[in-house]
Structure formats: C-alpha cells, structure tokens
Write a protein that binds this ligand. Structure first.
Ligand SMILES: [Mg+2]
Length: 275
C-alpha cells in the first residue's frame, strides 16, 4: 500500500505529529512538514488516531498481486533432489551415474512418486518397500531444501513496496506446507494456495483466482512468477495475468503462448515490479 500524504498543517504541527508517530508507531515515518510525503506501508503501520492527525489528502492503493510458484522458484528443489539422490546412491552402494539417472526419473517432481520408486527398486534390485522409500524421500527432500538465491530478499522487497504476495504451488498439502514452514516463507507472504488443499492444480484458473480471493487483490495488473511453462505461465496467461518465467538455463520452446518476461533470477525481476 502506498500512502501519499500531504502534510496539510504548519511545519511545527506536522513535526509534532511525526514525532509522536516515531515514538508510538512501528517505525519512523519521517514525514516532512509542508511537503508531499510518500509512505509505503499498511494502515496498521499508523498507530490509532495518528492517521486523522495527518489529514491525508490522497491515499492510493498501489498494491499489486504477485503470485509465485514454490518448487524451483522460491525453493531450490533441484539442488535438494540432487543432494538426496547422492545420499541415496551412497547408502545403496550405487555408482555416481545412477545419481543422474534418478534425477532424470524424478523429472522436476512431475513423475509419479510411486512409479519412480518402483522403477528404482526394480532396476537397482533393492529389496525395500516402495512406500518406505517414498516416505523417506519426501521427508529428506524437505530437510535438504533451501530457498533459491535471493528468494527471501525478493519476498521482503515485495512486501516493503506494498504488494500482496501469494505462493501458488502444485503438490501434496503435507510436503508443500512442510517446505514452506522449513524455509520460513509463511510469514513473508499474504496467502498460500496449495493444489493438494483444493483438489485442483495449476494451470487451472481456480488456483490463481483462489490467490486473488485470499489476498483481496484483483488479478488485474497481477503477476505470476514460475519455472514451468505449462503450469505457471500458460495458466496465468489465459487469465491475462502478466507472467515471468525463470529460465533455469533453458530456452523457451512454446509457440502458442509466451511469458511477459524471461529472467535468470528473481532479483532480475524487481524493476518489472516497480522496485
Ligand atoms: Mg516450479
């Protein structure tokens, strides 16, 4: 939220008001007497009664909805799966090349977990339960997952600039919420939309509409950021939402639809979001 406040009182009075806010509020607003003051924040940043004291003349709701994918966008799933595959192969005395084979089987998480582990079990001649392998995999990958480079700073910058932020992710309720908590992302966003909670998946429009509803921000002028052309870009594009595709070293190959921008990191995207 961006407040545009004209300090419509004489310099001394505004100085007093500003002083009171600095002492009683959550932080120094630094109002300058007799000037237009731009304040980024929410109404909660202004302590009770002080907002009236300032007599704001103009108050713009400048907030924009920014929806962000979790896996391989905010959370470095690729690295976590590679580390897990390495551990797994060491434990089962497998060669290094088997690590690459398992990572390919995983297919960025889009393969069916049980099918993947049934294949691994069979090909490697392991005499273990598929259920147990899947459970261990799920737990260990969450433990090994770290934020992608700059993800925390990116979310903080979005909030500081008054944008509404929603994580919109496909996956099971248990693993996605566990990952979000492990990475400390829950308090950095306004809403979390997990496909497992709703029984629908991106690119279904209902996923993005749920984010808009949960944040109270419209899809007009909204953004969707993600690494999957089909799930993140295609679905949001159908709704007229601006889209940012994280390349992750890949080339765009779709010809029916295109992202608004292509970036190699979240940080690169800040200017497009007015930051
Ligand atoms: Mg993803």
């Amino acid at each position: 939220m961006l407040f545009v406040v004209r300090a419509d009182v004489d310099g001394q009075a505004v100085g007093q008001a500003s002083h009171r806010i600095e002492q009683g509020g959550k932080g120094a607003l630094g109002l300058r007497p007799g000037r237009l003051n731009l304040i980024t924040g929410t109404i909660d940043d202004l302590p009770g009664g002080q907002f009236d004291t300032l007599r704001p003349q103009l108050w713009l709701d400048w907030s924009m909805l920014v929806m962000i994918d979790l896996d391989n966008t905010l959370a470095d799933r690729q690295r976590a799966v590679a580390d897990w595959a390495d551990e797994f192969c060491r434990r089962h005395d497998q060669e290094t090349r088997t690590v690459e084979w398992i990572i390919d089987l995983d297919n960025d998480g889009y393969s069916n977990r049980r099918d993947v582990f049934a294949t691994i079990n069979e090909q490697l001649g392991l005499r273990t339960s598929v259920n147990g392998l899947v459970a261990n995999y799920r737990r260990r990958v969450v433990e090994l997952t770290e934020p992608t480079a700059g993800a925390i700073d990116f979310l903080q910058a979005l909030h500081q600039n008054g944008h509404k932020v929603a994580i919109v992710t496909n996956g099971s309720s248990q693993s996605q919420h566990a990952k979000i908590d492990a990475l400390g992302l829950r308090d950095l966003v306004d809403a979390i939309v997990v496909s497992g909670d709703l029984g629908i998946e991106k690119p279904d429009a209902k996923m993005f509409e749920a984010a808009a509803r949960a944040t109270g921000a419209p899809l007009t002028n909204a953004w969707m950021i993600g690494d999957s052309p089909h799930h993140d870009i295609y679905g949001a594009d159908l709704l007229g939402v601006q889209t940012a595709w994280l390349r992750r070293g890949r080339q765009w190959t779709e010809s029916e639809y295109y992202p608004t921008v292509q970036v190699d990191s979240l940080r690169q995207l800040l200017p497009d979001l007015g930051i």
